[in-house]
Design a protein around this ligand. Sequence first.
Ligand code: ATP
Ligand code: MG
Length: 351
Amino acid sequence: EPRVFSGVQPTGNLHLGNYLGAIKQFVKLQDSFPCLYCVVDLHAITVPQNPVELENAIRDIAAAYLAAGIDPKKHIIFNQSRVRQHTELAWIFNCIARMGWLNRMTQFKEKAGKDREAASVGLFAYPSLMAADILLYRATHVPVGDDQKQHIELTRDIAQKFNNDYSDRIAELGVGVEMKVGDETVNGFFPLTEPLIGGEAPRIMSLRDGTKKMSKSDPSDLSRIALKDDADTIAKKIRKAKTDTEPLPDTVEALAGRPEAENLVSIYAALSGTTRSRVIEEFAGKQFSVFKPALADLAVEQIAPITAEMRRYSSDPGHIDAILRDGGERASEIAEKNMVHVRDIMGLLNR
Ligand code: ATP
Ligand code: MG
């Protein structure tokens, strides 16, 4: 059966990239699928975190999920560390995944920087935990930004190797499901999960550097529009956003080689729910002194209601904690049901 899983790390201020690339899709999908939306706190600790700030950051992400409109009664909102099976399955996947697979992951290379020897082992093994997050619920679809595509591919590789390595046992226990791999039909335990990378802006770039993605962990606050920014701050950041000096072109193709201009046009398109070519039609030949204020107005109009709702939820941390607790209990039930099978399949004696 189809099931959606996704997560956001409690690593700082949520930004427009997180909203347009991920959370906005989360909200849409809840009408069509059962969804689990996780605050992935165990991923956050792959780099150092202050404990008090981490607790608040976890609540902040939950508040954003709720503020964006995710229904915690119909779906499941929880934080990862509450459901112990995530770490259990992550260990198992560490033993399934190959060093060579993880060595190819570009996120590790970017996040570890120059001194790889000093990176945590957890940062290296991050994709195994992410595969565990998804496959623990046998999720079939994962809405993510474009930057996570490689990790979803790795998740499929892990699922496929597990299904393969244990195919006899899966058949013997009768716990598999029929699935298509290429033009073959196989009987596997874990689904081959599909990423849902949507919209006109699957990768929002930094406002300071059109070749770097907008990130929570970028040291420059001017590089991102935070969901918590007020109207003046949003306008200021867009005004200061790096651009070239040419006016906007009259075709989308002519944006090639102008990463900053392309990024702002994509943001405009994603926010207004149209295409980049529509935006170009409207602003062809216009200077950034005209386009930027229009973009700022649009951004404020879309973000301000979410910001206000986030504040409202954040004023009652007890309520958020209760939602995460309840979500954690419901997630644990699904997780344990699947883990009983995983342990059985692998011969980890638990009877
Ligand atoms: P960090 O810098 O700590 O990794 P982040 O901004 O990358 O933070 P994550 O919590 O790692 O945020 O990712 C949450 C979701 O947001 C993921 O689905 C990711 O693909 C998506 N996302 C992150 N940055 C962008 C972006 N610039 N454009 C579109 N989607 C994004
Ligand atoms: Mg990230």
